[in-house]
Design a protein around this ligand. Structure first.
Ligand code: MGD
Ligand code: MGD
Ligand code: SF4
Ligand code: MO
Length: 755
């Protein structure tokens, strides 16, 4: 018997980069339950505990349904018209008095999980006319993006591990068993890793912590934080010294091989072993094994990115693959071919991407891909003078929690003249806003994983329809952003529908300029094909139709369009990764640059670091961070179903280090750096190596200004009050969150259970 009104909506979960297919079981407009979609060709029913966050966020009573306007310390609900007008007026006032550069904009991570937000934020930046743009990139991806720009010519030409066909996985500084994979969209990652071993392959994990992923591996080696670049260069030295270099598919497409060989010669395993904490014979063996494997991939993520030598580590990872013939080979690193390629203005006309086009005013920090490092923002707000930042717009981000030296940023943000947040919660950051504009909930919006499909381990196209209706007073991220941008145009603002069409046209003009149909199609025809309905869906339709599998608005009738995806609710499998050399290379020389100046010039800094490792003060510990399976950066802590169980905000410390400081398991400790001090419970465990302590980030939900009732109940402390805003990976300018020197001592406070 079928119960009337009961239906199932098939779409993706948008809580993390795995992009798992889910079934949302509905009864009318009530969510009954959410399950994995066994028919999704990519995820095949796999999900993780965080999936309950989709429903949890949608139904969370603390999630804002209406805009808020703050008058002094009081928050008032406002209509969308009133709130948008107030937001635009406040921003225009600052712009009129101090110029566009007095307004900064911060884009946070969840924006990549909403097609409407990711595709519209650039419009808002354009309407503000500012270069004071910040994002979570400097806390995350910059080293990888800079390295790919230098080697391959573009930040989005990122080779991804062909994990389903490889026989050898060397993983450094990533914990996909918890994170579910990052810059590698691979739903069900734990099973994909297990499958490598099941087919006779090998998995090796290098991490200062015996992580959840290390437990799935054949081998795990502790490594001292920040020394991966040295380890990888030593492995490369072995390849050259033992005649193991075989370029394979990259043969004839590389430049700089001799330069690289010369520099690698400076890093024999014996020289780096002590600093890394991995003996020379193991380094040699790992290099030989990697070269001998039928296919092999090296993969790194946060641990080889936001650390003092992130760019060099990312470089070493890709070099290892290139030099062993594992780039562009099945089972090696390969490039995805997304169905809806993102058009980045910087790639147009085949021009190589330029880095450092402008600098922050106060600290002189260079821009990357249109953004400045978030660590520069506090000083841009505080330092008086021409160009001082006086207003801030945040879009899906919580930098007061997630950026280093959080205490300073909190004070700076609190002193702004005006602030607007496009966000669904009143949290550490948005509590300082004058206007909060909350987009509709996660199950109320259409979605396509535009960005993630550039780094997926299989080519897939899937449309995610909204599971719940959206009323007129419930704009999604796209509508919210566009309405604010439109109002910033003042008297010249076109009507909403005309503005929406103009934005769609501009985005699709970009897609057309790099499309295989560019010589046979005009933008008018594209616009006519995608229809009149405002919203992000027609932009996705156009991107799909102009993409490599697209129907070319009728030129290739068998091809993809939004209608085709809508008729395939579980998604369309476009097959495994395929070889793409040499067409994928976008460098000025047309070759893969093996020894870019930016990396080579950073080698002396690495050598100085290695030399200094021997005489580092023994009292200093190195701080690393970790992620928890039931949270997502700072923002799933208010979902009651996830905020259960043991306390997750604890400091992990090796028994030797604990003994030396007379610290017992469970005792409250003080964690100190020059930036600040936090107090939290210690967990004494051999899971971290001696000399290293691990603390999760994203906690510390304290203060009267927050409206996070569940999260406040288990607030924890914010590790970013200790992490260093002035520690950088030099070539990328990213912040070295991991590897910060700290001290830990028994707290002067009384341990709660010791009474
Ligand atoms: N110490 C330390 N710091 C770190 C890290 C670390 O490992 N250690 N990791 C870094 C990394 S990798 C990242 S990506 C950053 C993340 O840094 P941020 O992006 O600044 O922080 P998040 O916690 O991801 O931001 C969540 C915000 O987005 C809002 N939000 C959620 N969904 C939506 C939506 O659909 N629309 C809108 N408009 N808002 C939404 C939430 O309410 C919340 O305010 O943190 C970085 N900070
Ligand atoms: N459950 C959950 N999932 C998430 C997130 C979350 O907060 N929670 N956040 C999402 C985001 S925004 C991102 S960017 C991804 C991140 O995805 P991952 O990078 O896979 O996740 P992390 O837990 O940051 O893993 C980093 C690992 O590097 C290790 N490490 C630290 N320093 C070093 C070093 O110097 N060398 C080496 N070799 N290892 C080091 C740490 O011990 C840790 O195990 O996860 C995403 N998925
Ligand atoms: S791994 Fe979990 S949170 Fe990530 S997309 Fe899949 S179900 Fe959602
Ligand atoms: Mo991230």
């Amino acid at each position: 018997m079928t119960i009337p009104n009961r239906h199932v909506v098939h779409r993706n979960c948008t809580n993390c980069e795995a992009a798992c297919g889910i079934e949302v079981h509905m009864e009318g407009t009530e969510i009954r339950r959410i399950a994995g979609d066994a028919q999704d060709p990519f995820s095949r029913g796999r999900i993780c505990p965080k999936v309950v966050g989709m429903r949890g966020l949608q139904e969370d009573p603390d999630r804002l349904r209406k805009p808020l306007v703050r008058r002094g310390g009081e928050w008032l609900e406002a209509s969308w018209e009133m709130a948008l007008d107030a937001a635009a007026e406040g921003l225009l006032r600052v712009k009129a008095a101090h110029g566009p550069e007095a307004i900064a904009l911060y884009r946070g991570n969840p924006g990549i999980h909403d097609a409407g937000t990711i595709l519209s934020t650039g419009v808002l930046v354009g309407a503000l006319g500012t270069r004071q743009v910040y994002s979570a990139g400097s806390l995350d991806t910059w080293p990888r993006f800079v390295q790919c720009t230098e080697m391959f010519g573009s930040p989005i030409r990122i080779p991804v591990p062909d994990i389903d066909r490889t026989q050898y996985l060397l993983m450094l500084g990533a914990n996909p068993a918890v994170s579910q994979g990052s810059i590698m969209t691979a739903p069900g990652i734990v099973e994909r890793i297990a499958a490598i071993r099941a087919r006779g392959g090998k998995v090796v994990v290098i991490d200062p912590r015996r992580s959840e992923t290390a437990r799935l591996a054949d081998e795990h080696h502790f490594i001292r934080p920040g020394t991966d670049a040295a380890l990888l260069l030593a492995m490369i030295q072995v390849l050259f010294a033992e005649g193991l270099v075989r370029l394979g598919p990259a043969e004839g497409h590389v430049a700089g091989l001799e330069t690289l060989a010369r520099h690698a010669a400076d890093f024999p395993p014996e020289r780096v072993a002590g600093a890394c904490g991995i003996d020379a014979e193991t380094i040699r063996r790992l290099a030989r094994e990697f070269a001998a494997a039928p296919s092999a991939i090296a993969y790194g993520r946060m641990g080889t990115s936001v650390q003092p030598f992130g760019t060099l580590a990312c470089w070493g990872i890709d070099l290892l693959c290139v030099l062993t013939g594992n780039l562009d080979r099945l089972g090696g690193l390969m490039w995805a071919e997304p169905a809806a390629p993102m058009h980045f203005g910087m790639e147009s006309g085949g021009l190589p991407v330029k880095l450092g086009r402008w600098k922050s005013r106060a600290q002189g920090r260079e821009e990357r891909f249109g953004d400045l490092p978030i660590s520069a923002l506090a000083e841009e707000i505080e330092a008086p003078g021409e160009g001082q930042v006086r207003a801030l717009v945040t879009v899906a981000g919580n930098p007061v929690n997630t950026a280093p030296n959080a205490g300073r940023l909190a004070r700076a943000v609190a002193g702004l003249d005006f602030m607007v947040s496009l966000d669904g919660y009143r949290n550490e950051t948005t509590q300082h806003a004058h206007v909060i504009l909350p987009p509709a909930g996660p199950l109320q919006r259409e979605h396509y994983d535009v960005l993630l499909m550039h780094v997926a381990v299989r080519n897939i196209a899937k449309w995610s329809p909204a599971a719940l209706p959206r009323g007129n007073d419930e704009p999604d991220g796209w509508a919210c952003t566009l309405e604010l941008a439109r109002r910033l145009m003042g008297k010249q603002a076109p009507p909403a529908a005309a503005f929406d069409a103009a934005v769609a046209r501009r985005l699709l003009q970009g897609a057309l300029s790099s499309s295989r149909f560019k010589d046979t199609l005009g933008i008018d025809e594209v616009m006519a094909s995608v229809g009149d309905a405002p919203g992000v869906a027609r932009v996705i339709d156009g991107m799909l139709r102009l993409g490599p599998y697209g129907d070319g608005c009728g030129r290739a009738p068998e091809g993809l369009s939004l209608a085709r995806l809508q008729a395939a609710p579980h998604g369309i499998d476009l097959g495994p990764l395929r070889p793409s050399l040499p067409g994928v290379i976008a460098t000025a020389s047309g070759a893969i640059e093996l020894a870019p100046g930016r990396m080579v010039d950073d080698l002396p800094r690495l050598e100085r670091f290695l030399a200094g490792c021997a005489d580092a003060a023994p009292a200093m510990l190195r701080l690393i961070n970790r992620r928890d399976a039931r949270s997502m950066n700072s923002w799933l802590h208010n979902v009651a179903a996830l905020a259960k169980g043991r306390d997750r905000c604890v400091l992990q410390m090796h028994p030797d280090d604990a003994r030396a400081r007379a610290i017992d398991d469970g005792q409250t400790v003080s964690l100190r750096s020059p930036r600040g001090v936090i107090e939290l419970p210690a967990e004494v465990t051999t899971a971290v190596m001696p000399g290293v302590v691990s603390v999760p980030h994203g906690f510390g939900h304290r203060g009267d200004g927050l409206a996070l009732r569940v999260a406040a109940g288990r607030a924890g402390v914010n590790v970013n009050e200790v992490s260093d805003d002035l520690a950088f990976d030099a070539p990328s300018g990213a912040i070295a969150l991991f590897g910060v020197p700290v001290t830990v001592s028994a707290s002067e406070l009384r341990t709660p259970d010791a009474s």
